[in-house]
Design a protein around this ligand. Structure first.
Ligand SMILES: Cc1cc2nc3c(=O)[nH]c(=O)nc-3n(C[C@H](O)[C@H](O)[C@H](O)COP(=O)(O)OP(=O)(O)OC[C@H]3O[C@@H](n4cnc5c(N)ncnc54)[C@H](O)[C@@H]3O)c2cc1C
Length: 475
């Protein structure tokens, strides 16, 4: 155990935490210790464990602006050793711990009520590209990863629509984007992970070493360990993106076109949207071809005829980063975002979406986007990401915004989300757990199905004190 002087030297301020008082329970700052407060000394750290109001407030906040649960401390790690030390300390004293990447969850998923939030932003190094891969700290954003790898002529195969998310944050959920039609999810391009387990062990895992843990943490919602560093497989990057927007008056024409394009792989990127026309929903297929000099007529061939066509070209990075500026403008406005994110089996998608959208107007979305696009299940290799048992799966994302903020409206939309989720379950759907669906007992057992008892055993093995990512409510 370090002595008092070592602890002080590492923390270096009166507001720094020097001990944990299990009886209050709470953290003891140097100033409190000076007035006689006792407690168990915290481990020596390279970074800082802080309790100031701004840090706790930020950690109790996320993009959703709906759930606000304050931790008692925030760790700004200066090293992986800090994470190991604090997780081990927290496990010994049964203190809840959650990692917060960029806090872009929408329903408090990265919060640790009365616990410690690990702010991963302070560990964000990106290594050089080597042999088609790159080693990055989990706190790095995808924007920084993309910029660094593009400099070497490479790119991660799948980018989320918004690049301001942390690597650890999206790898904890799956990470989907338009290129998932070709490459699966972001978790499918991970070669190796360094993890701090819930009992504070640093473990390196891959498909051939400690495979059980590798399988558990990718898409594992932070339940089995803290992802601290990953090796990402890359693909050669194109310089340009040619983007095709095909407008359809009805849902079934767009999804028919998407199914054809998914099957023949004509696009490197495939998404779609529902767009309000003023009187009803219309649909927009969004396809992208990266690099080369695509033949626009060949790209359209064999698809249902669109009623509108718009084709644009731009630099590849501009395309990947197209919504960054909008999100950066929206975020400080702090409007609630009760998002609904569902995976639907192909067979049920058309009727489910038609029924849902027939009752939906922009008043229910706040003009937030509605995304709908398919991917092939066979491209998914990571067992923790639960999607419907169907060769083709659609993701439906209703990205609601409540602007201006209105509590009654938020509550109504949360109820709507719950009802839509129940209906999705009844047709074989599942949730993509990044959104805001009020949970009920039995949800996770149903989500994971026959695997759930095994996941309980994994939780007991890798997080025996049950401290990690409590707000997900998985166990
Ligand atoms: C504007 C916007 C656009 C988005 N677009 C997409 C998209 O195109 N595709 C997509 O798939 N998702 C998308 N998302 C959702 C996003 O991927 C998830 O919410 C993701 O978890 C957010 O990353 P984050 O760094 O903000 O994580 P946080 O919200 O900080 O954390 C999310 C969860 O992961 C856990 N976690 C975070 N880091 C780690 C770690 N290092 N180790 C272990 N657990 C960890 C947290 O404890 C928490 O449970 C979008 C979200 C927003 C707000």
């Amino acid at each position: 155990m370090p002595n008092r002087r070592q602890v002080l030297a590492s923390l270096g301020a009166a507001s720094a935490i020097v001990a944990f008082d299990a009886l209050s329970p709470g953290w003891v700052t140097q100033a409190q210790a000076d007035t006689g407060a006792g407690g168990i000394p915290v481990p020596r750290l390279d970074g800082r464990l802080v309790t100031d109001d701004a840090a706790l407030g930020e950690a109790a906040d996320d993009y959703g602006q709906i759930a606000h649960r304050r931790p008692r401390a925030v760790l700004r790690p200066g090293s992986v050793d800090d994470i190991t030390a604090v997780v081990r300390f927290a496990a010994a004293h049964r203190i809840p711990v959650a990692v917060r990447g960029q806090g872009h969850s929408t329903f408090g998923q990265a919060q640790a009520p009365a616990g410690v939030v690990i702010d991963s932003r302070t560990l964000a190094k990106i290594g050089p590209v080597s042999r088609g891969s790159v080693v990055v700290d989990a706190g790095a954003t995808w924007l920084d990863v993309v910029r660094a790898t593009l400099a070497a002529g490479y790119t991660p195969p799948v980018a989320t629509d918004y690049l301001g998310l942390s690597v650890g944050g999206t790898l904890s959920v799956g990470g989907i984007g338009g290129a998932s039609s070709r490459y699966g999810l972001q978790v499918d391009a991970v070669r190796e992970v360094e993890v701090v387990t819930g009992d504070g062990r640093l473990v390196r895992c891959s498909p051939t070493v400690e495979r059980e843990l590798f399988d558990a943490v990718l898409g594992g919602l932070g339940q089995y360990g803290v992802i601290v560093r990953v090796t990402l497989a890359l693909v050669p990057a194109a310089a340009t993106a040619r983007i095709y927007h095909y407008g359809y008056p009805d849902l079934r024409s767009m999804t028919a076109a998407q199914r054809i394009a998914l099957a023949d792989g004509r696009f490197d990127y495939l998404e779609g949207q529902a767009v309000w026309s003023g009187t009803g929903w219309t649909y927009l297929l969004e396809g992208g071809v990266y690099g080369g000099n695509p033949d626009d007529n060949a790209i359209l061939r064999g698809l249902p005829a669109p009623v509108t066509t718009e084709i644009t070209s731009m630099p590849y990075l501009d395309w990947l980063n197209r919504i960054y500026a909008v999100i950066e403008q929206l975020r400080p406005l702090r409007f609630p975002n009760p998002w609904l994110n569902l995976f639907l089996p192909d067979k049920a998608t058309d009727s489910y979406v038609e029924e849902l959208l027939s009752k939906l107007t922009p008043a229910d979305t706040g003009n937030g986007p509605i995304l709908l696009y398919p991917f092939s299940r066979k491209r998914l290799t990571r067992p923790m990401v639960s999607v419907p048992d169907s060769p083709v799966v659609f993701i439906l994302s209703i990205l609601r915004v409540v602007a201006p903020s209105d509590d009654a409206m938020v509550q109504k939309l949360l109820t709507d989300n719950r009802n839509a989720y129940e209906r999705a379950l009844s047709v074989g759907g599942a949730q993509y757990p990044i959104g805001s669906i009020p949970s009920r007992s039995g949800d996770w057992a149903r989500h994971y199905g026959a695997s759930y008892p095994r996941l309980r055993r994994l939780k007991a093995k890798y997080d025996p004190s049950g401290i990690l990512a409590p707000a997900q409510g998985v166990f």
